[in-house]
Design a protein around this ligand. Sequence first.
Ligand code: SF4
Length: 233
Amino acid sequence: MSPRRQRLPKKQRALEVLARLKRLYPDATCSLDYETPVQLLVATILSAQCTDERVNLVTPALFARFPDARAMAEADLSELETLVRSTGFYRNKAKNIQGACRKIVTDFGGEVPQTMAELTSLPGAARKTANVVLAHAFGINAGVTVDTHVKRLTNRLGFTKHSDPKKIEQDLMKLIPQPDWENWSIRLIYHGRAVCNARKPACDRCELADLCAAAKLSPPSEAISEQSSTPIA
Ligand code: SF4
């Protein structure tokens, strides 16, 4: 981190990162395909340990066969399992999807509830899933979505020291203004995919490098060392 940026208080640094992310990824949005809140809930449950691209390959047939909570609630479980199989952990995911949809039908009149407490009472829906659904289906910023990218990047950027998503979320809620909570996560996810990947972060072309606690930049180097080794005529 450059000395000037290093002196910035953490909150100011976070706001500068947020501003740059907005500039870098102006059109960032949830990359799961869905048409209704319940479809977003189901797609988010399927996205655990799976890429959004894979989920988007599976959901057209799934939603064509079982388009709403009632249809999912009454589905034959083995058919549901077959339809979601390629997303991994399919038995558990199918069970949770059906359990969540049954509860939506029995307790919430067939509509996805719009509070954190109600959403996290559904099988398979922890805070991450609830945050995604509240933000993208209803425009409610109830928390900060912490997935694997957000966890990795916020640690590297030095905004948290925790590995527990709940604690990371608490740290981020103190640093980022509430209207930007989902903005923050979705754009960090884009940056994680495009630049700061898990195995090989591309710090040399990262526009956050001067703000990042973990930036590993190549020495400014060859030009200078070549110059200095050039014999003086
Ligand atoms: S400087 Fe490197 S570690 Fe930091 S956010 Fe950018 S790519 Fe990731």
